[in-house]
Write a protein that binds this ligand. Sequence first.
Ligand code: 9D3
Length: 236
Amino acid sequence: MRIDIVSIFPPMFAGAFDHSIVKRARERGIVRIDVHDLRAHTTDRHRSVDDEPYGGGPGMVMTPEPWFRAVESLREEGERGRAILMTPQGRRLDQRIVRELAAEERLILLCGRYEGVDERVREHLVDDEISIGDYVLSGGEPAAVVLVDAVVRLQAGALGSAQSTVEESFSDGLLEYPQYTRPAEFRGWSVPDILLSGHHAEIVRWRRRQQIERTRLRRPDLLPDGDADTEVLDAN
Ligand code: 9D3
């Protein structure tokens, strides 16, 4: 898979893809990630990427020309790719969308800044718009890092064999059970006896109950046919 990122702040990605699973996937040739400076695609003396909004109002709007030039030049080499604008107005990223994007040959991620991007970019250039959640970032760059991480770890061969086993057994939509390691007692706090008992079948049942109970209390939205009122009452 190929991922191109277009931004006015390429240094924000320094080191972001140089560790852990993403690093290994790049080293293995599973994914190629290139960051591009939007300003390289400006044509005016001041390399401007924004201008005042038509109709007035606060802030600046990112001008369409550099985005079109950047994406069109990327598309001249290799696959067309799926161009995605990172924006608070996009579809909210979840694991279903991550799987959908992970199946693409190439992604071109556009990171906006300022108050927004000229509407013609969304209407005539990009194929998709993605948000990573309902909170305010200063721009699309951190969102692009999140998306890349989630998509790359789904590429075949990106995970070590131990990790892929874990991935499969926990992809059941529940939160994880509580985990402990040595020491059995730490500052007076003990590991639950059941985990030291060696009764494997009972441990499996205990962990399952913990998963369900924890999900019911903390993330009832993940459970099928939840009654929100009842769940809040039970939690308190
Ligand atoms: C404070 C300005 N906001 C009200 C006019 C609009 C606004 C514009 C641009 C809010 C945030 C941003 C910058 N954010 C992103 O570009 C962004 C984002 C986000 O803020 N949250 C979650 N996902 C994303 S993806 C891109």
